[in-house]
Design a protein around this ligand. Structure first.
Ligand code: NAG
Ligand code: NAG
Ligand code: NAG
Ligand code: NAG
Length: 319
């Protein structure tokens, strides 16, 4: 009989103890500033676009209290050589936002682990850790924003400045001649880049992709944009003819103009235009010629035949 009573009271005691321990103890330890009294931040995940990385998590809501968060990361080095230590991200220490810009901290192409915990001053949560690792090689790369400009006979492109990690591969071609596509690698963006010298009246198209050397990856290509090269050879032609200074020209001017324009159909702008355009650096419009080889090609294309040559060709063609 007594044995039964004691065993029942023992059971009751242990039940009471169980309730005390599970219900009251956490609150007590919480009030003492121990861990594990706030819910752990959930849905810890990474948003990474164009080498800008953000850690996000679902906010912890506690009625009547401001919840702050602190973020820490662990790179390959900390994991393997520094006793699995974690490094606090100062910019994301006791912040109220539920997002942390971790771009600066992800400085190598290795696997990073990240964690975040909630804090109300008096109470803290356990760490909520990212599921799996984050490697910046998985960043999503978007094609660059660009604007194609026809400046006289010069084909120019203005590329979005996406930061120092970004290079651009620019493809351009005369419309209808896609097989003779040309390529230019732009390593730094400085407003406007000169691509080519165009033939008047023709359409030229451009598309570009970004390339990030640090991760050896490229974006897809942007939509192609086409522009038409403006005319404007006639003024120059007249000038050239006048400078040739032969009397016959005055008589047969219409014929000569027609004839020489045929000869120059596939030539480009007058020499006088190139330096002008290159000099015109209105503040936002700076012309950059990227490598000397290209520059030479461009120079060759705008080279003007001496007037003697024009005359010779004309005579040859007419006779
Ligand atoms: C985590 O994300 C899922 C899906 O987006 C959502 O349903 C859930 O409520 C989130 N958890 C928290 C704690 O907000
Ligand atoms: C590594 O961590 C363990 C436990 O976390 C600790 O006992 C040890 O002293 C640490 N070693 C170093 C070199 O910090
Ligand atoms: C995130 O940090 C990077 C590097 O410091 C900075 O370039 C970028 O503008 C920041 N992004 C935002 C949205 O704060
Ligand atoms: C970059 O990736 C390409 C394949 O996409 C590969 O052929 C090339 O060797 C890589 N370059 C470097 C420096 O890793």
């Amino acid at each position: 009989m007594w044995e039964k009573v004691t065993s029942v009271s023992k059971m009751l005691l242990s039940l009471i103890c169980f309730f005390l321990c599970t219900l009251i103890a956490p609150n007590l330890t919480g009030n003492l500033g121990e861990d594990a009294s706030l819910p752990v931040p959930q849905n810890v995940s990474i948003l990474s676009t164009n080498m800008k990385h953000f850690l996000t998590w679902s906010p912890v809501i506690i009625q009547g209290e401001t919840v702050r968060y602190s973020v820490e990361f662990q790179g390959e080095y900390e994991r393997e050589y520094a006793n699995e230590s974690w490094i606090p991200i100062c910019e994301c220490s006791l912040i109220t936002a539920s997002v942390c810009n971790i771009t600066e901290d992800i400085s190598a192409t290795v696997a990073y682990n990240l964690r975040v915990r909630a804090d109300t001053g008096a109470r803290r949560s356990e760490w909520g850790t990212l599921k799996g690792f984050f490697n910046r090689i998985t960043t999503s790369l978007t094609p660059p924003l660009m604007k194609v400009i026809a400046d006289g006979c010069h084909l120019l492109v203005e590329l979005e400045d996406m930061g120092p990690a970004f290079q651009f591969c620019v493809l351009y071609w005369k419309k209808g001649q896609e097989i003779r596509m040309q390529q230019k690698v732009v390593k730094e963006v400085s407003s406007v880049v000169h691509l080519d010298t165009m033939e008047a009246g023709h359409d030229y198209c451009v598309k570009a992709q970004t390339y990030v050397e640090a991760i050896n990856r490229s974006s897809s290509f942007s939509q192609e944009q086409c522009v038409r090269a403006q005319g404007g050879t006639s003024k120059w032609l007249v000038a050239a003819l006048v400078s040739a200074g032969f009397a016959v020209a005055a008589v047969t001017l219409p014929l000569l103009t027609w004839k020489t324009s045929k000869i120059f159909q596939y030539s480009c702008c007058p020499v006088a235009v190139l330096p002008d355009t290159l000099k015109v650096s209105e503040p936002p419009m700076q012309l950059i010629l990227w490598d000397s080889e290209e520059t030479e090609q461009c120079d060759l294309m705008v080279h003007v035949m001496p007037s003697e040559e024009v005359l010779r060709l004309w005579i040859q063609e007419t006779l």
